[in-house]
Design a protein around this ligand. Sequence first.
Ligand code: ATP
Length: 242
Amino acid sequence: MAVLEIKGLVAGYDERVLLRNLSFLVPEPAFVAIIGHNGSGKSTLLKTLTGQVPYQGQILVQGQPLKTTSGVLAQSLSYLPQKNNVAFPIKVRELVVMGLFRQKRLLEHYTAADYALTDDVLTRLHISHLSQRTFTQLSGGEQQLVWLAQLMLQNAPIALLDEPTQQLDVYHKKRVFDLMTSWVHHEQKTVLCITHDLLNLLPLQGYLLNISHPSPTLEVITPQTVLAQQQFLEERQHAPSK
Ligand SMILES: Nc1ncnc2c1ncn2[C@@H]1O[C@H](COP(=O)(O)OP(=O)(O)OP(=O)(O)O)[C@@H](O)[C@H]1O
């Protein structure tokens, strides 16, 4: 059974259609880089998959139609939006442990075992030193890594990430791409990751989906395909839809 299958997807806002007749299939757990110009509809695609944008067409998540399985879907998909704000001071460790909220009953406390998992994921991301810091006082890049830790703790089979490397320095960009791909290969996760960092994709295994293309399809990542898509995006301007 395919991890994700999208057939004839049409989605957008009010009168404005951004995704037209999009079809693609992720056959097995894989890393999929979603690329395209600003405003081409990349975030709209992830918002559609998380039920935030109305659509026509078919979306099958692990064989189940998105429209009829909202409860099950909550377990299958985790989502890291492009902008994620916290309005109150909270320690990093307390924010990350909340990644386990779906496995908890209302008002159930987090246990020592939950905090052990949290510490483990902080170590994997090399951010244990931030554990007792106040989240709102961290740099943008540090905050980004903390959100990633929370998402990894959710442990959903399919993770949707909207520009998770946006504010990271070159070292951390590479590290996050390495982490995402090793997560795919060692834990059979599927990662759909929006990114503008095309050159970081060069050494990776997975697929590319260029939403700016007139008929986007999944392409295997190779140096040739990445550079061809980079050239495509550099040479064309995004034509906004009416
Ligand atoms: N809620 C909304 N209502 C109306 N239009 C919207 C809404 N959200 C986004 N748009 C518009 O839809 C278009 C596509 O937005 P989207 O965020 O999907 O682009 P993107 O490819 O993710 O861009 P970027 O690379 O800049 O993040 C944009 O022109 C945006 O202004």
